[in-house]
Design a protein around this ligand. Structure first.
Ligand code: F6P
Length: 373
């Protein structure tokens, strides 16, 4: 990882653009604000691309002013819109005579839309899917600087993405709330959390809320172990059990539960349904009344936590420093508490999953939390 201290200012960049790709998350506006204010402060014009790469294909690009980004630090979502269904390299352009969708590579069109406006670099704020698309643009010789976002915290190369801390906070609060109702009714409550194939949100929120069982995709669970644990708690007089489960968790030798497939999306699979299935199985096997909650997009909404606002502002500033120094195709990262950057390509098509020997897993086990294994 390279840091700013190693470098000397060397660029005369005059115009940049920014886009937010993939699913939204708290802190996107904080980055847009940081980038725009820093740029304008240094005489650099900023354009916002609407709805991620879809807006780039469709040439929906507009200038951003200081006024546009005032009062957005605490706002959830993204003022320029996002989209997680458009890949310019595989873009639907119509149907053939049999009704099949025809796809075309429109990456060149994207680059042309930027060049016509004399835009010299693109700041892409996104997760692994967005960085993979950014790689296609950099392959055409256009400079992209990546900023890592996702509530899932699964972007390779950085210890943390902004949006994650807020999602953990929301998930923890939900688990805390479920606690009292579970205790009152002596029930098993299963709370399904997002994260795709990574269990970071569930691990952190499960630990923070003192959930009795934490189920993450990285550790396959054994249904018998889960039911034994619920019964053991009942026998000890603890007449309720809280289970935090990742949408991507799966039983030993089994499969993840897929909710839907989204056509044209760089990541077509949408997971969902494991909490409903688990609650049903547990009730049938233990005769303890069980309920489930799917927290869903609540985890992506609303105002970012202080930690995410700080991180987002740091990331935005670092991206601008890189551009002012004339650097190309970098991804802003946080490693070991230090802000720096790596090759943007290093994050494409990879996922950062929870290692089975992660210290938080050991800490959770030490307070009798089960991982269902
Ligand atoms: O990647 C962020 C995320 O919220 C995942 O945790 C979740 O699986 C997915 O996006 C949901 O996607 P969509 O917003 O398309 O339903």
């Amino acid at each position: 990882m390279a840091t700013i201290q190693d470098r000397v200012p060397a660029s005369n960049i005059k115009r940049i653009a920014v886009l937010t790709g993939g699913g939204d998350c708290p802190g996107l506006n904080a980055v847009i604000r940081a980038v725009t204010k820093d740029a304008i402060n240094h005489g650099i014009e900023v354009y916002g691309i609407e709805d991620g790469f879809l807006g780039l294909v469709e040439d929906r690009i507009r200038p951003l002013s200081i006024d546009d980004v005032s009062n957005i630090l605490t706002m959830g979502g993204t003022i320029i819109g996002s989209n997680n269904r458009s890949n310019p390299a595989n873009f639907p352009v119509g149907k053939d005579k049999d009704g099949n969708t025809i796809f075309k590579d429109l990456t060149d069109v994207c680059v042309t839309h930027l060049q016509i406006r004399k835009i010299e670099a693109l700041i892409v704020i996104g997760g692994d899917g967005t960085m993979s698309i950014a790689k296609q643009i950099t392959d055409k010789g256009f400079n992209c600087i990546g900023i890592p976002k996702t509530i899932d915290n699964d972007l390779y190369g950085t210890d943390i993405t902004f949006g994650f801390q807020t999602a953990v906070h929301i998930a923890t609060e939900a688990l805390d709330r479920v606690h009292s109702t579970a205790a009152s009714h002596h029930r098993v409550m299963v709370v399904e959390l997002m994260g795709r194939n990574a269990g970071w949100i569930t691990l952190h929120a499960g630990l923070a809320s003192g959930s009795d069982i934490i189920l993450i995709p990285e550790i396959e669970f054994d249904l018998d172990k889960i039911t034994e644990y619920c019964l053991w708690r009942s026998q000890r007089g603890k007449r309720f059990t809280i289970i935090a489960v990742s949408e991507g968790a799966k039983p030993k030798g089994g499969d993840q539960i897929v909710d839907r497939l989204v056509e044209n999306s760089p990541e077509a699979i949408r997971l969902g349904g494991v909490a409903k299935w688990l609650a049903g199985e547990i009730e049938e096997r233990t005769e303890i009344e069980s309920r489930y909650v799917v927290l869903g997009h609540v985890q992506r909404g609303g105002t970012p936590t202080a930690g995410d606002r700080v991180l987002a502002t740091q990331f935005g500033h670092h991206a601008m420093e890189l551009l002012k120094m004339g650097l190309t195709n970098r991804l802003v990262v946080m490693q070991g508490g230090e802000l720096g950057d790596v090759e943007i390509t290093s994050a494409a098509d990879k996922q950062r999953l929870v290692p089975k020997d992660h210290p938080l897993i050991a800490a959770a086990r030490s307070v009798y939390t089960s991982f269902g294994d």
